[in-house]
Design a binder for this molecule. Sequence first.
Ligand code: 28F
Length: 654
Amino acid sequence: MSNEINATNLNTPITEKYDESSIQVLEGLEAVRKRPGMYIGSTGERGLHHLVYEIVDNAIDEALAGYCTHIEVDILEGDIIRVADNGRGVPVGMHPKMGIPTVEVVYTILHAGGKFGDGGYKVAGGLHGVGASVVNALSEYLEVVVRNGENIYRQRYERGKTVTPLDIIGKTNETGTTVTFKPDPTLFTDTTVYDFDILAKRLQEQSFLNAGIKITLSDLRGEEEKSQTFHYEGGIRSYCEYLLSGKKKDPLHDDVIYMSTANDKGSAEIAIQFNTGYDTNIISFANTMHTIDGGTHESAFKTAVTRVINSYAKKFKFLKESDTNLRGEDVQEGMIAVVSVKLEDAQFESQTKAKLGNTWMGTMVSQMIGEQLMDYLENNPAVAKIIINKTIASATAREAAQKAREVSRKKDGLSRARMPDKLTDCISDDATKTEIYIVEGDSAGGSACDGRNKTYQAILPLWGKMLNVEKARIDKVYGNDKLTPVVTSLGTGIGDDFNIEKLRYHKIIIMADADVDGAHIRTLLLTFFFRYMPALIEEGHIFLAQPPLFKVTAKGSKGKNFRYAFSDEERDTFIAELGGSEKVDVQRYKGLGEMDPEQLWETTMDPQTRTMLKVTMEDAELADAAFTLLMGDEVEPRRKFIEDNALNVTNLDI
Ligand code: 28F
């Protein structure tokens, strides 16, 4: 190895000797700075935030080793990051082989720092745990401060190169490691601004996935500081509860079902909680990295749970031996689950490196579930009964919906244009110009048919109270004779079959009385559209007709001088305008049926004079909650809620 000093290393900091390790340092750092994406995925916003996760992972390793109880992450002015832990502190002694302090090895030698060697350190996660040296190489500067219960040590690096010796800057009886770094803006050219919420989400996830770890994130930029601490002794059990809390659904059983296993190659843990909803939310992790594309652990989980549920159902006679098996989708309806595995030799497949490939982990997960879930169900028969019954109900609904779909497709296939008898269709079939009035009751339906413009207005009268769709499953909706005419008339199909291109009318106008029954019909129809044809609302096809509430006629005008009032206020205004209550007759319309066709046309159907409310839901969540609330049993709150705020509607002049 030649001794001449060439240009590239003139600015190498003076170290005891220029040797093998110095070459290794330079080559390693150059490789990282030349192709950062190889080490942290990207130099965009994701890569920028990944720098933090790499450093935090090292602190988490120290916590998992049992020596650190609190990790603090601070975003400082200028988007500088500071991470501190109260672990043992990175060793400061001379590294036997490298001839420099161990801490300097950890921060300047690629793939150093106990993540790869026999360093007794288990893998905490991150992009295969490339460790702190990568962060250092990609930082304009990085400072590490170590407290080892005696001294405070500090060393500074710039773009990965050591620029100071490891100095003792004070005494302390505390232990721990603090790393402060500023990402290199010449590399992170998209952005160097940190997003508090992005960091918070990942740090919260880490605290769920490492039970008991306490992580505090603080934003110290600008005036108003903010701070959030994540600490879950329950680990992934708490994660399940957290995921349910955002769904406004109730758990079917109080305690999250939890299983875990470990061997010398790795560990697996699973948390499951069923709820009253129909959605499925299964998330899986390998070494705390979210395996978005699943992998052996997640597929083994799904297969094994379905297998155990079926064998339990048959063993305890919920199903006959001859019954067809319950399917994964039945078992997974209303399920929230977290699958978290940790293994040293994690193999990732798929382009996105987000799919676990280790077959043996799948076997390990499957065995764990086969034993521990069956035990749980046998030891908790009440919970088991609830879960099995829910699963069977889901399978029944699925089979019924399948049958109903086949029936409706067959009907559709046999006679494509077969419309419901109740529909009085319009002449034009240009959907962009046609409108369908869904009218409450046959008498109003009759008036509407007589009063309408036959060219572009269709009328579909509905009768009586319809099914309470909120509580029903899709099979009842399909089969229910009250709603099928609506589905058939609109032509789009519903649920998975929905296709907005087939919509036969671009205006769907609900015309019901302004009384409680009318409100009931409106809410039921809107719930139905919201749940099974949401695009109709999102695309602005749904309207509420606004029939007048009053007719104010000046006395002695032989009915010639009158006003239609759409609210109490308007009524009072017109009474005043026409000379006061002594001089007018006020007719209150109790139902659409009281209006003759001409009146119905000019007040409610003539685009020149009618007012309609377009249904636009500002916040699906609010609406969902509103519909759920409205579908409760008492009628009163329903009416009140509709009048107050169930829908965010705006008055239109069409
Ligand atoms: C703010 C980021 O990086 N904390 C760390 C330790 C503690 C040890 C360690 C780290 C052992 C030989 C590789 C201390 N005493 N927070 C952190 N805390 N690394 S990183 O050891 C490094 C490995 O080289 C540590 C005894 N054993 C380990």
